[in-house]
Each structure stands twice: as structure tokens, then as C-alpha cells.
Design a protein around this ligand. Structure first.
Ligand code: ATP
Ligand code: MG
Length: 301
């Protein structure tokens, strides 16, 4: 494996709840190499979103560290793009303006921001829909806008949190194929959470299988299927065998992993308080940023 872009080292995470501490991640370690597409699959509630939020620098771990190109992550950075499960677009901004928002917040000229946003929208297949408002976009189109927005800072790693989770099966398959094609064009480093075993295998170079809480790595399954990948792959015996293997590993992890809600009081509480680290002069942009949930450098929540 070449130099890792992302190193997750001995990560522990817990949340304070009224009934005590909920231990979510326990001694979780893995690496992602430059240009690799890694998918993450695990039981519901095991901490996948928590993991992505930690990597994005939105929250801090109890212990352990996350290194991005060798540098510890303390806050959100332009290096990381984040696509949430729900696209979280601002209804009063057009598709183009939604994509341009992070650059505008960053102080880039509106003209330049819109120009770059236009190129990204074209790239995700939405040419002609630049001036459409989110209510006039289908779920799949809205997710493409969210993907374009996450790419506006040219991140070196893209975090995708079940981006197709709320879509129907057909749209989901189409978008997965498109994502594979886009990734092959750009060779971004991607870490994507999904609940679909076949989607995990179809897209990935490697699938990380997680245990139930307190969550650690149950297995890493390398996927050395040829690229480019298209729908015909779904019928291939090698693909079907890998899907079976990931499913078995997941079932095994579910059976042997432990789900605990027992309070753990042996470590210092993590500091997850809302904390605005940066400032922007434009109140409207700030309010748009907050409403959209877009991850922008300089902020932590
Ligand atoms: N801010 C928070 N405060 C307290 N508990 C939290 C917080 N965020 C998440 N949790 C709890 O931590 C656990 C892991 O949550 P998380 O959202 O990371 O799981 P997940 O694997 O993404 O789940 P899903 O597959 O359903 O999306 C859950 O039990 C959840 O209730
Ligand atoms: Mg989640």
C-alpha cells in the first residue's frame, strides 16, 4: 500500500448520555491509501456516522488519533469533503448557488465560485439544472448537488455517509454506477459508509466490516475486481463470492460482537460542545452555512 492519506489509530469514542456514558468506538484502527475507495459496513447504530464526523474534525475522540497526510485532525479542513445521508440543500438557493456556497463563505468572489460550481454540476451530470431550486430536483439529483458541493474545495479525501440511503433501489444502483465512473475519472480517496453489501463490494477496493458497539474492526475484505466496473459485474461469480464473504463476516461480527449500553466512567469526558472556531463577516452566508450543515473549514460542531 502507498503512503496512507488517512490513518485512524486506536480510536476510542463515547457520548455522555443522561444514563451514563455510551461507549461507541473501541480501539479502532485502519488506514486508507491515496486514491483508494474504501467502503465501511456495520450494524445500525455502531458508530459509522460518528467515525466520519471524527475524521472530518467535527467532533473529538476520547483518545486515539486521526492523521490526514500525517497531520493530526483537530478541526474541519478543506482536505475533507463530506456528503451526508440527506443532501441538506438550502431551498432558497439554486443548485448552482448551493454548490458555490462553501467557496463564498470562504471569501472567494461570487463570479469565481459560481464558475467552479457550474463545472462541477456539469461533471455530476446536472448541466441544465443550474438554476433549479432543490424542491424541483429529484432525490438522486439533490444528492448529486450535495456531491458537487462536497467537491468544491478539491478535497483530497471524500467522506460519504450513506449518500444513497434514502433513495429507491433503482436510483441507488444508477448513482452507485455513476459514482464508480466519477471516481475512476478523478481517482479521489473515498471513505463511504453504506448499509448495502453489494454496493460496498461494487464500489470498493477494500471493505471494512465493523462490529456492533463498542465498535472495532471485524474484518477487511480486499476487492480486487477489475475496473472499470459496470452492471455486468453484478452477475460475475467473483463478485457474488465477495458479496457472500462480506455478508458472512458481517453476520459473524454481529453474532460475536457485544452490544453494550453500560456506562463507562474510566476516561475523561470528550468535549463535544458546540464551538465556532472561525468567523465570517457575511451574516447571511453564515446562516446559510449553518442551515445547510455543509462542513466548512474553520468550524466545529
Ligand atoms: N451526539 C450524540 N450524543 C449522544 N449519543 C449519540 C450522539 N450521536 C450518536 N450517538 C449514539 O451513538 C451511537 C452511534 O451513532 P451513529 O450515528 O454514529 O451510528 P451509525 O452507525 O451511523 O448508525 P446508522 O447505521 O443507524 O446510521 C448510537 O447509539 C447513537 O444513539
Ligand atoms: Mg449513520
Amino acid at each position: 500500500m502507498s503512503t496512507p492519506v488517512l490513518q485512524v489509530e486506536r480510536l476510542y469514542m463515547a457520548y455522555r448520555r443522561p444514563e451514563g456514558w455510551l461507549e461507541v468506538l473501541r480501539d479502532l484502527s485502519f488506514q486508507v491509501a491515496e486514491g483508494e475507495f474504501v467502503t465501511v459496513i456495520g450494524p445500525s447504530g455502531c458508530g459509522k456516522t460518528t467515525l466520519l464526523r471524527l475524521i472530518a474534525g467535527l467532533i473529538r475522540p476520547v483518545s486515539g488519533q486521526i492523521l490526514l497526510r500525517g497531520n493530526p485532525v483537530f478541526q474541519p479542513s478543506r482536505e475533507v469533503g463530506f456528503v451526508f445521508q440527506q443532501p441538506a440543500l438550502l431551498p432558497w438557493r439554486t443548485a448552482l448557488e448551493n454548490v458555490a456556497l462553501p467557496l463564498e463563505v470562504d471569501g472567494c468572489s461570487r463570479k469565481e465560485a459560481l464558475q467552479k460550481a457550474r463545472a462541477l454540476l456539469r461533471w455530476v451530470g446536472l448541466e441544465g439544472f443550474e438554476n433549479a431550486y432543490p424542491t424541483h430536483l429529484s432525490g438522486g439529483m439533490a444528492q448529486r448537488v450535495a456531491l458537487a458541493r462536497a467537491l468544491i474545495h478539491d478535497p483530497s479525501i471524500l467522506l460519504l455517509d450513506e449518500p444513497f440511503g434514502s433513495l429507491d433501489a433503482l436510483t441507488r444502483e444508477t448513482l452507485a454506477r455513476e459514482l464508480a465512473r466519477l471516481w475512476e475519472e478523478r481517482r479521489l480517496t473515498v471513505l463511504m459508509v453504506t448499509h448495502s453489501v453489494s454496493e460496498a463490494v461494487f464500489l470498493a477496493d477494500r471493505v471494512l466490516v465493523l462490529t456492533p458497539r463498542p465498535t472495532t474492526l471485524a474484518a477487511e475484505v480486499p476487492v480486487s475486481l477489475p475496473r472499470p466496473r459496470d452492471a455486468t459485474l453484478l452477475e460475475e461469480p467473483a463478485f457474488i463470492a465477495l458479496v457472500r464473504e462480506v455478508r458472512e463476516r458481517l453476520n459473524w461480527a454481529q453474532r460475536s460482537g457485544s452490544v453494550t449500553q453500560t456506562p463507562n466512567l474510566w476516561y475523561n469526558p470528550p468535549d463535544n460542545r458546540a464551538n465556532l472556531v472561525g468567523t465570517v463577516s457575511n451574516a447571511t452566508l453564515e446562516s446559510d452555512r449553518r442551515t445547510s450543515g455543509a462542513v466548512l473549514p474553520g468550524y466545529r460542531d
